[in-house]
Design a protein around this ligand. Sequence first.
Ligand SMILES: *[C@@H]1O[C@H](CO)[C@@H](O)[C@H](O)[C@H]1NC(C)=O
Ligand SMILES: *[C@@H]1O[C@H](CO)[C@@H](O)[C@H](O)[C@H]1NC(C)=O
Length: 417
Amino acid sequence: MASMMYGHFSLLFVLLFTLDLTLACRRCPDPPKPVEDESHDKKTWLFAVDGRRQPYNFLDNDGELVGFDVDFMHAVCKAAKKQCKMVLSEFTECIYTHRDINYPGRGLMAEWFDGCPGFVTAVDREDTFDFTDPYFDTYASYTVAPGNPSSFDPTSNDFSQFKITHLTGAVTNSKCLARLKKKVGTIIVAADLPEAKALLLNRTADVLFSPRSKIPGLEVLPYRGRCDNGGTAIMTKKGSRLASWWNPAFKSLVESGEFDRLCDASRAKYNSRIRCKTSPTHSIPSDSEHHHDKVWLFSASGRRAPFNYVDNEGRLVGFNVDFVQKVCEVAGRKCATVLTEFTECTYTHRNVNFPGRGLMGGWIDACTGYGDTLDRENSFDFTDAYLMSDSFYSVAPGNPSGFDSTKSDFSNFTFSK
Ligand SMILES: *[C@@H]1O[C@H](CO)[C@@H](O)[C@H](O)[C@H]1NC(C)=O
Ligand SMILES: *[C@@H]1O[C@H](CO)[C@@H](O)[C@H](O)[C@H]1NC(C)=O
């Protein structure tokens, strides 16, 4: 009956490594440098699409996966002399949103495939993914019910009187509105377009924030804003080598005019408006000597301010993020912090702490901010500790059960952790 909150060890102190990762390194001599000539890469690079995005990727009448994404992938891979294949996968294996944070999908993290075509680059996705150079243009628009019944003005900086909806996982979200310096009130996240449409038509929401130029039955206002960092691109796992050969090959297609020809041909073939970038921007080529270096991935849930959290505008920041960068700099290693749910590091089942799928499956190399405890040493290795750790007891306001933490018999109390 008496319910006490047991202050779980404030979980924020040490980096934790899987046992076998560290053991493997201790037993082996220095691994040989990968002898790899990029032009004779034997790997088949896999790209994943969900087959529901005509004209980009869809199943034709015969059931064959076709579309611009498929044609474009083959053109770039041919120029790069790489073997590539497209596979069908639900989009949630690439990305999903949980409690307003974008997390990378299992398929990308577990390397079922290497890239997800057709994702918009944005500040709040760069905490989670790497991207190739963008190949499509995109924008953000505001859509209202016919006749704009709430008189919504997209040029105003104060949207606080309006109820705004956006689709889950979209880059047209509250973080983008914050970057655009808009003052917002109510935000309603819609599961899909039909739901967003219903919200506008029954006046639960006043405006839909999306990248669309046309939505049947609604009015897309002419104003255009930007949530993206350059457009639509191939999204990869952080630290992926894909962009290091994809970008130069894509650049060569742009320079030879082949990309423009592919876009024109696709517009005719798929009878569709395809927003190819007219002047794609190219990233600085990665340092060829280092682009095979392993990028060590450190996981962060994004929910532990001030250690790691997603700020108002969508950037992953915090002490642990800065600390990892600093140690990696000193160690001369490439490192990145990637958002993943904490259960990918560790979870508790029937009172036993088990190591998570992400750590054991090699999605990530380490998890920042975990207390180095005896029961965790059954499953994990730890780096040297870098933060102090304390344990606390929390009770409901006023301590209604009269819990006394100085006593040694807690048998009358129920603990939650
Ligand atoms: C408006 O539509 C949404 C989405 O279909 C629904 O959940 C909600 O209950 C509706 N509200 C009203 C007032 O009809
Ligand atoms: C536990 O509760 C019982 C019944 O209220 C009481 O008699 C007993 O002294 C309590 N034990 C402790 C250790 O507080």
